[in-house]
Design a protein around this ligand. Structure first.
Ligand SMILES: Nc1ncnc2c1ncn2[C@@H]1O[C@H](COP(=O)(O)OP(=O)(O)O)[C@@H](O)[C@H]1O
Ligand SMILES: [Mg+2]
Length: 239
């Protein structure tokens, strides 16, 4: 299947005092429908920058960035906003849920801001909440939910409507192990349902769940491991 995200020869630097830091160096990357890809690497290796370039939050200095068949590099700010609204579900590290809105209202909000009628937005929000296992909690407020449940609401809000891509930066970072595992399994299920999922994570549980683990070092891709879980089992068979 054709890629939903394609990066070719992408570089990105940030000013650091007088000097520049090369956050990404000549990165080629593809993300396909149905795939769960994990980005790993040390702190400062460029993981968040890569995710942000895919999401149109950071602009590449050099190279091509295509999302759902459209170039982010040549997009105007309005077009960029449109591409993000139609295709990209982004789960931020700080979840940004609005405390005075219920789970369903939080999830429906981006649709309503996009001009959708309240009733139709609400029914899509209920669907999205059901798909993250929160079908029974639409009327709870964020402070009535556990950390893992709040993370699910943030994921539901990211994928509500017809989004086909999820980008999540360390979505399990603030959770205990069990809730973290549930979030990873949920993201795996979204990929199995056909979405393209890219996450930054150090979580070891991911080895068995990711289709690909892409490791960054100093802004460049240093290794790519396909189906790490399967490899792991093979290694065990041979040892
Ligand atoms: N907005 C920014 N301004 C200046 N430097 C930045 C900015 N964002 C990232 N960097 C630098 O780029 C490098 C890569 O950062 P980042 O992508 O956040 O790494 P990671 O997510 O792997 O920890 C780091 O050296 C970081 O300090
Ligand atoms: Mg980061």
């Amino acid at each position: 299947m054709s890629a939903l995200i394609t990066l070719k020869g992408v570089s990105k630097s940030f000013p650091n005092g007088e000097a520049m830091i090369d956050a990404l160096r000549n990165v080629d990357f593809e993300l396909h429908p149905g795939e769960l890809v994990a980005l790993t690497g040390r702190s400062g290796s460029g993981k968040s920058t890569l995710l942000n370039v895919c999401g149109g939050i950071d602009r590449a200095d050099v190279g091509a960035v295509d999302v759902a068949g459209r170039s982010l590099v040549s997009a105007t700010p309005t077009e960029l906003a449109e591409i993000r609204r139609d295709h990209l579900g982004i789960v931020f590290q700080q979840l940004n849920l609005i405390p005075s809105l219920t789970a369903a209202e939080n999830v429906a909000l981006p649709l309503e801001l996009g001009g959708e009628r309240v009733r139709s937005a609400r029914s899509k929000a209920d669907e999205a909440l059901a798909s993250v296992g929160l079908g029974d909690r639409p009327d709870h407020f964020p402070d009535q939910l556990s950390g893992g449940e709040r993370q699910r609401v943030a994921i539901a809000r990211a994928i509500v409507g017809t989004k086909r891509i999820i980008l999540a930066d360390e979505p399990t970072g603030a959770l205990d192990e069990r809730s973290g595992d549930q979030i990873l399994e949920l993201l795996r299920a979204q990929a199995d349902a056909g979405l393209a999922v890219l996450i930054v994570t150090h979580d070891r549980a991911l080895a068995g769940l990711a289709d690909r683990v892409v490791d960054l070092r100093d802004g460049a891709i240093s290794s790519v491991v396909e189906r790490p879980g399967v490899d792991l089992e093979l290694t065990e068979l041979w040892s």
